[in-house]
Design a protein around this ligand. Sequence first.
Ligand code: GTP
Ligand code: MG
Length: 227
Amino acid sequence: MDEECDYQVKIVVIGESQVGKSSLLLRFTEDTFDPNQPATIGVDFQAKDITFREKMVRITIWDTAGQERYRTLTSSYYRGATGIILVYDVTKRLTFENLDRWLKEAREHIGETDSVTMLVGNKADLPDRQISLEEGKDFARKRGMLFIEASAKETTGVEQAFMETIEKIFDQPTLAERCRIYRPAKSSTQVGSESSSTSSSSSPQVVDPSAQKNDTNDGGQGGLCGC
Ligand code: GTP
Ligand code: MG
């Protein structure tokens, strides 16, 4: 299967323990949800092959443990990543307050312009939220991140979180180039501008800071994730 792929995109999923990182991954790769999802130990790995802009793309997703005791183990898994999905739980303020710590760690391993970062407010299905949609959006905008709320349980926003990250990676030629798999026998190809058939357009909308020209970008990634 590997030899059929034109591109390989590595995405690392980070954030506090119990925010639903593994659940988002499980929903995206297998379209299932486990209410008793066990805590990740160290790091897990999943792959999904998609057709995107008429090219075969293998998405490799590294699901890291949120628990502090596994952090030194997981930090090495940032290597080669072009996408970061940073997750908080909309019902747990502490997971939101610690986002800058996670972002700092990611930035220590991947330069600001070398990746696309998507902030995901998960568990949007729960009624007892502590972080409003506006607060999440604002946080992401100020740091130049993409943003979406999601529910791994109810499926909403999950496909978009991953696919918008992929799209933004391929919108930046230098990042797309890093993902390309070179094979001597094949002629070189560029990812074109046709839209992906895999992206869904149901209710949650990804917020893209690069489309908001008037906003201050006081932290971040130089426009959208360096573009
Ligand atoms: P670590 O592996 O410890 O870092 O945790 P994690 O971030 O991977 O969280 P995990 O996916 O294991 O989910 C934690 C708990 O939240 C599990 O009981 C999940 O079933 C539950 N959960 C995850 N996503 C959602 C969601 O969207 N809605 C609701 N209601 N529960 C969720
Ligand atoms: Mg996990």
